[in-house]
Design a protein around this ligand. Structure first.
Ligand SMILES: [Zn+2]
Length: 330
């Protein structure tokens, strides 16, 4: 009977009075199954997982086209369900390439990252709020955008730029928290100046990559928004294609690099405060300000600043530069 088949693919176990369920929606090797269960047992003992009395893990083959190793679903967490989905496609590859110990730790870290998102949502509705924040500028923007003198086709393009500048801060806030919380769960961090410096360097390079793209796109946009300056249509179209390519890459890097940048910011605040801080209720802009203070103690140039213009990327400055493109004459 179908029921029996379904049951055989569900495993439940208890750890310190908390319930964990694993649903296998796809067949995996015995070894992968055993090592995966080991990773779950590791994550169960972390502070972030301890906050929930039950968590369900669903293993499914979402294939190569789904770049996510793990994810949570809006319709599930909005209902209060604590479900983490795992892409066995990527997990199987990791399993082949890594030693068992590395696989278990890295998988536990991936799971802790998703559980941290569930915690953010459960306590401060961070994920739901992010959707509201992203939708908010659209309404006011529509009005402002109509005032732009210039090529009408550039309106949705620049609206996207504005949205992603704001999303960058949200990604840093949300993904950075999950990365840092997951890192803590597997005891990733040392708290000393050398370690802080090495994380700083990585985060700085990630920010410079984003900032270089942002500036390159801005310059290209400035050119494309003056179509009359082009000698022929071909040159203009070529520049427009380049501009779109730059924006696509900028969005990709904003998403990818926010994890490491945010992780470092949370780390640095904790490192300089010398005590463990409960970051769950910190708001996005407060996070940037707190980080700026923590970086000043280390005597380094902040990777990001809110409006002091001290950082490699300054949020207010990026908005001012974006707004200035509206004044571009044909
Ligand atoms: Zn995440």
């Amino acid at each position: 009977m179908g029921f029996a088949i379904f049951e055989s693919n569900v495993e439940e176990f208890e750890e310190d009075g908390r319930n964990y369920k694993i649903i296998f929606k796809t067949t995996v090797s015995h070894q992968l199954k055993a090592d995966f269960k080991q990773a779950i047992k590791t994550v169960c003992k972390t502070k972030v997982a301890e906050k929930f009395s039950r968590i369900t893990f669903i293993l499914e083959n979402a294939g190569y086209n789904n770049p996510a190793t793990a994810w949570i679903k809006t319709e599930e967490y909005k209902k209060g369900l604590k479900i983490v989905h795992i892409n066995t496609f990527h997990l199987s590859i990791n399993h082949r390439q890594e030693t068992t110990a590395t696989f278990v730790t890295e998988t536990a870290r991936i799971l802790a990252h998703e559980i941290s998102h569930l915690l953010q949502e459960a306590i401060v509705k961070a994920l739901t709020q992010k959707e509201i924040i992203q939708e908010r500028p659209k309404t006011s923007l529509d009005k402002n955008m109509k005032k732009i003198s210039g090529n009408q086709d550039l309106i949705p393009h620049m609206r996207l730029v504005r949205e992603y500048l704001r999303s960058f801060v949200d990604y840093i806030h949300i993904e950075g928290f999950a990365e840092f919380s997951a890192g803590q769960s597997v005891n990733k961090y040392s708290y000393n100046p050398e370690y802080s410096q090495s994380l700083y360097k990585q985060a700085k390079n990630k920010m410079i990559e984003v900032e270089d793209l942002r500036k390159a796109h801005l310059i290209k946009f400035g050119q494309v928004s003056r179509p009359k300056k082009y000698k022929n249509m071909d040159d203009y179209l070529k520049a427009a294609v380049e501009m779109k390519g730059l924006l696509k890459l900028l969005i990709k890097k904003i998403k990818e690099n926010s994890y490491g940048i945010g992780e470092y910011m949370y780390y640095q605040i904790e490192f300089q405060s010398k005590t463990e801080i409960n970051f769950i209720k910190i708001k996005p802009f407060k996070l940037i300000k707190k980080y700026e203070e923590a970086e000043l103690i280390s005597g380094r140039k902040p990777i990001i600043s809110f409006k002091s213009k001290n950082g490699y990327f300054d949020y207010n400055l990026s908005l001012a530069e974006w707004a200035a493109t509206k004044k571009v004459k044909k």
